[in-house]
Every structure is written in C-alpha cells, then in structure tokens.
Design a protein around this ligand. Sequence first.
Ligand SMILES: [Zn+2]
Length: 55
Amino acid sequence: MEKSNISGNLLPEDLHMLRFGKRFDEVVYLDDYVCPICHSRIDEFGYCACDAHGD
Ligand SMILES: [Zn+2]
C-alpha cells in the first residue's frame, strides 16, 4: 500500500482507472458534448480533462 507514490510508475490507463474507475479505452464519450473550458470531450459521467464537468 504505497499511496504516497501513486503517480510514480503507473501507466496512463492506471491513472485513469484510479480517477474514473475504468480504463480510458472503456470510457464512453458523448461526442456532441464538449467542455467549454478545456474543449475536451465529456464522458458519460460528466468528466472532462479539467474536471469542470462542462458546467
Ligand atoms: Zn473541461
């Protein structure tokens, strides 16, 4: 349990798993819904790259 080293050797997909609960390639994005701040697609949970949730 090395919580303090969580960003050390993890793959991007692992970080995504920690953050979103699943791998990035399993995320379903809403193609017609883009965050007005970071212009990233927002997934079905309302999360984008900047966590503004498009709101
Ligand atoms: Zn955003």
